[in-house]
Design a protein. Structure first.
Length: 197
């Protein structure tokens, strides 16, 4: 199993990074091939709405730090998006990546529901959300919104680990059972995908 984990937080040692580390370490220990990318360290542009990926080419025409990341998504079995919640949304760093995945959609994606994506179907999406606000009813739309779009792209399974009231550094590690839950999900997915095969 190939795991690609995208770290959306500007903090390398933040709460969502701790959750991602628990997932990746457990997956690697179970035999998965794991790659983590710190998005804040990349020189990357947002989608330019040029629609070149719907005519001239089948890939995004921008050539920057996200170019190899987008290629790695095509090769992965499990895509992990780890992010804190900023102003009720994923971070700008992660949203930049998400917008660039528009290039995965076929030119006729809006009408041809059977062939919306250029990606091989059967991928798994995992979102790890660290939310500072303790109310679970707030910002609960983040995961289902992206789950909806990534289903278009061939992600047939999706999983969420969401922690609310996680604000200060170290809160995720201190939350009883949170990192264990995250690691257990990684082990379960690795086993379902046949380990490192």
């Amino acid at each position: 199993m190939n795991v690609l984990c995208l770290l959306g937080s500007p903090r390398k040692k933040g709460n969502s990074a701790d959750m991602a580390r628990a997932f990746c370490d457990a997956a690697a220990a179970a035999g998965a091939n794991v790659e983590s990318v710190y998005l804040n360290g990349l020189d990357a542009q947002g989608c330019q709405a040029c629609f070149s990926c719907k005519g001239k080419t089948e890939t995004c025409v921008l050539d920057d730090g996200l170019t190899p990341v987008l290629a790695a998504v095509a090769a992965c079995d499990v895509l992990v998006l780890a992010t804190p919640v900023y102003f009720g949304e994923v971070t700008a760093q992660l949203k930049t990546f998400i917008d660039r995945t528009f290039s995965f959609l076929t030119p006729d994606y809006a009408r041809n529901k059977d062939k919306r994506s250029r990606l091989t179907p059967g991928k798994t999406l995992v979102m790890l959300l660290a939310q500072g606000h303790p109310r679970e009813d707030l910002f609960a739309d983040i995961f289902p919104r992206y789950q909806y779009f990534y289903n278009w792209m061939g992600f047939t399974q999706s999983h969420l680990v969401r922690a609310c009231g996680i604000y200060h550094p170290g809160d995720a590690a201190a939350r009883d059972g949170l990192l264990d839950q995250t690691a257990a999900l990684a082990r379960g997915l690795t086993a379902a995908h046949g380990g490192g095969r």
